[in-house]
Design a protein around this ligand. Structure first.
Ligand code: PMP
Length: 304
């Protein structure tokens, strides 16, 4: 078999049954989203947002795409935009990984950095201002666009069901940045089985569980405002994971499984292991590993 477009490699990632010592003889199944061609779960979103923009006649051949992003959505969008020769401007808070910013530039995107202390909110404000200034621009706005959870409802969630081949899911555990992944998958799974518990993961410094907002090292998850996609969603638990615990699991995954995972995956793994302690014997936990550690080497992911 051969392919002609890199986009053909998006999705249908492997689901791994983690061979770890898991409490109560439970299983943790993790969807390995680093195997998408742009290296993360957000390749799916980039494709979907551009296709949706064309379908709704919000994009034409000379449109400039503008988006605030922590990085992975930027890479996914730049990858999709590149196929259509669209100009892309990505607004990224300075603090996000050097590697991700390099990859966006390699795909032809222009990056505008906003101050780290203004967080993603600062990047959103700047992106909105640019969209006002630049003629024939389109701001997909992942943080408020229902195409975001729809992407995961239509692609990732059915893949999980297919991958599990009839195994019953006890709990779905995933981090939230924009909340699109969690909301789309949780909605799909609950429509098939209301018993599945939805557990959202956040780093310390994110506001979901009511804690004060502050900086954290875990990258890609954590929210500064409640995702609008969480309205009407049944969420059983919010698990707040420290940077220490997330990075510990990043190291353990490499040592014990030979798997390179980013810190949001580390947080998802830490939460899944902790959750297994309180679930019945032989539970099946499904989680997502959104990207790889390789794009955080400049942040010394294995040595700090
Ligand atoms: N992990 C990583 C590494 C990410 O880049 C993102 C997206 N910011 C997420 C998790 C969270 O995904 P979502 O925006 O769908 O909540």
């Amino acid at each position: 078999m051969y392919i002609t477009q890199i986009s053909q490699l998006i999705g249908h990632t492997p689901l791994i049954d983690l061979q770890l010592d898991i409490p109560n003889h439970s299983h943790i199944f993790a969807k390995l989203e680093m195997f998408n061609p742009g290296g993360s779960i957000k390749d799916r979103l980039g494709q979907f947002l551009i296709a949706d923009g064309f379908n709704r006649h919000l994009i034409n051949a000379s449109t400039t795409i503008i988006e605030p992003t922590a990085g992975n959505t930027g890479i996914g969008l730049a990858l999709a935009a590149q196929q259509h020769h669209l100009k892309t401007i990505l607004v990224v808070p300075e603090k996000f990984s050097y590697e991700k910013q390099q990859l966006m530039q390699a795909l032809g995107a222009t990056i505008i950095n906003t101050p780290s202390n203004e967080g993603i909110t600062g990047a959103i404000t700047k992106a909105k201002a640019l969209a006002q200034e630049i003629e024939n621009s389109y701001l997909p706005m992942q943080f408020a666009n229902s195409a975001n959870p729809d992407t995961y409802y239509q692609t990732l969630a059915p893949e999980i069901i297919q991958d599990l081949n009839g195994k019953k899911i006890t709990a779905f555990v995933a981090g939230a940045g924009s909340g699109g992944t969690f909301a789309g998958v949780a909605k799909y799974l609950n429509a098939r089985d209301k018993q599945i518990q939805n557990i959202v993961v956040e780093p310390e410094g994110s506001i979901l569980a009511g804690g004060p907002a502050h900086a954290h090292r875990t990258e890609g998850i954590g929210v500064e405002f409640m995702p609008p996609f969480f309205d009407h969603l049944s969420i059983q638990k919010i698990m707040t994971i420290s940077d220490h615990d997330a990075f510990y699991q990043v190291r353990e995954a490499a040592k014990q499984l030979g798997l390179f995972i980013g810190s949001s995956s580390g947080a998802a793994l830490a939460a899944s292991l902790k959750l297994a302690e309180s679930l019945p014997e032989n539970s099946n936990i499904v989680t997502i590993f959104p990207d790889s550690s390789e794009r955080y080497m400049s942040d010394h992911i294995y040595s700090k």
